[in-house]
Design a protein around this ligand. Structure first.
Ligand code: G3I
Length: 421
């Protein structure tokens, strides 16, 4: 372990009458207005400028901000089996501890993910959320999150709103947050049918002109972030649910080869970024998963660079597909890494204790499936809190899909994730 340690004990002389943070609760950080002392048996430990936390014991090592390592953009996927389910983050064996429902943080999702052999547990975020200090404090806690995905700001409409004019301020802000925290960044995305500016969707293209515009976009965007990101969702959602190719502007103009061309351009722009194809409704076996297997098999046979399959994981409480682990293993057998890239598990509102308990089980099922497949490198939730979930705006009457509620309090789903690890 090459990390230096710092002990930051803030609680020692606290007046007993003041409110104290519970074990695992927040006790300091920029913008924090809550208690700065901890309950007996725990110590307020500095984690980063945004976050201090009440940890069990009297002195716990943490990484200081200046000692936070910059994430290595790439590393090879794990090929060895992950630790057995009896191992824990503390290495003591036995069942994982549970978080206090309603607390801001718990034993640590990223900590337990890494102890289970994953590279990271992460969350999506978006630029309007960056001014929400309590939200950022939790997102920046590397016990909880070792990885961030920008939910919107690296997409085509954000980065190239008019042809050949590039804006990176939104994406840069999220990359800088991740770098400052020592978190990996999954970059999202380069070629997708949605969130395209109208000059792309409404242009009069030929195969040659659209190929040139697409490769120019990729070389500029992936080139701007060269060396800074762990991976790119290079091609997003190329399939219909029946496994046929989605007939978007790229497919209709260029044909299926737009995928290989995009991957080759991305590799050229950032040779060290892992290149993923990312899609939804490929969690379990079925026509769409088979189509993904066929595509990746064909790309590999042609020598086209492809390093990973992203399984989004936008799921419904009580309706998980069966065979998730076997499906992830089938993807991994192609010689690529696998990641759960956009996990959330929604329900019809209002939430009830029964729905929240089922959601806890469902999160555990997905996490356990990833843990069981050695090539499954990480899990990203599509924002960690119901406060910023995309679900209610898209699915009327549904929501409560995230492991933290809209008040930034932990839900039972959190403990399902811990149990899955
Ligand atoms: O940028 C405009 C802003 O100018 C305007 O004021 C505002 C008013 O509503 O809308 C803003 O655009 C919104 C955009 O997010 C940025 O916030 C769009 O309306 C909204 O539809 C868009 O939603 C995003 C969605 O992708 C679009 O498909 C979600 O935030 C984002 O979480 C979601 O993410 C996708 C993944 O990229 C791919 N997989 C599915 C996933 C969920 O849909």
């Amino acid at each position: 372990m090459n990390r230096l340690v710092q002990f930051a004990t803030i609680a020692a002389f606290a007046a007993p009458a003041l409110a104290q943070s519970a074990e695992w609760g927040q006790c300091g950080g920029q913008g924090w207005t809550g208690p700065t002392t901890c309950v007996a048996g725990t110590t307020c430990v500095f984690s980063n400028p945004y976050y201090s936390q009440c940890l069990p014991g009297t002195a716990v090592p943490t990484v200081t901000p200046t000692e936070t390592p910059t994430p290595t953009p790439t590393s090879t996927p794990t090929t060895t089996a992950k630790p057995s389910s009896s191992s824990t983050a503390t290495g003591t064996g036995g069942a994982a501890p549970t978080a206090v429902i309603g607390a801001a943080t718990g034993p640590g999702l990223n900590k337990y993910a890494q102890a289970a052999g994953l590279k990271y547990f992460g969350s999506a975020t978006d630029n309007p959320e960056l001014t929400d200090q309590p939200y950022i404090a939790i997102l920046s806690n590397t016990n909880e999150f070792g990885q961030i995905t920008p939910g919107n700001s690296m997409k085509w409409d954000a980065t190239e709103p008019t042809q050949n004019t590039f804006t990176f301020s939104g994406g840069d802000a999220i990359l800088n947050l991740a770098k400052g925290n020592g978190q990996i960044l999954r970059a999202h995305n380069l070629v997708w049918y949605s969130q395209l500016p109208s000059w792309v969707t409404s242009g009069s293209w030929t195969n040659a002109t659209l190929t040139a515009a697409m490769t120019n976009h990729i070389s500029n965007v992936a080139g701007h972030y060269k060396g800074e990101v762990y991976c790119w969702d290079a091609v997003n959602e190329p399939f219909n649910d029946d496994g046929t190719f989605r007939t978007d502007v790229f497919y209709n103009t260029i044909g299926q080869s737009y995928i290989a061309t995009a991957l080759q351009a991305a590799r050229k722009a950032d040779p060290n970024a892992k290149l993923y194809i990312n899609d939804y409704n490929i969690e379990g076996p079925g026509a769409k998963s088979t189509a993904m297997i066929n595509l990746v098999t064909s790309l590999k046979a042609q020598g086209v660079p492809i390093d990973g399959i992203g399984v989004q994981g936008h799921l419904i409480v009580g309706e998980l597909p069966s065979g998730i682990e076997q499906n992830l293993a089938a993807f991994a057998a192609l010689g690529v890494e696998v990641a759960i890239t956009e996990l959330d598990i929604r329900m019809t509102l209002p939430s009830t204790p029964a729905l929240l308990a089922q959601q806890q089980k469902d999160y555990q099922t997905v996490v356990a499936a990833c843990k069981a497949v050695s090539a499954c490198v990480g899990i990203t939730i599509w924002d960690y809190t119901d406060k910023y979930s995309w679900v209610p705006a898209t699915f009327s009457g549904q929501g409560a899909a995230c492991p933290w509620d809209a008040n930034l309090g932990i839900k039972a789903a959190y403990n399902g994730i811990l149990a899955g690890f």
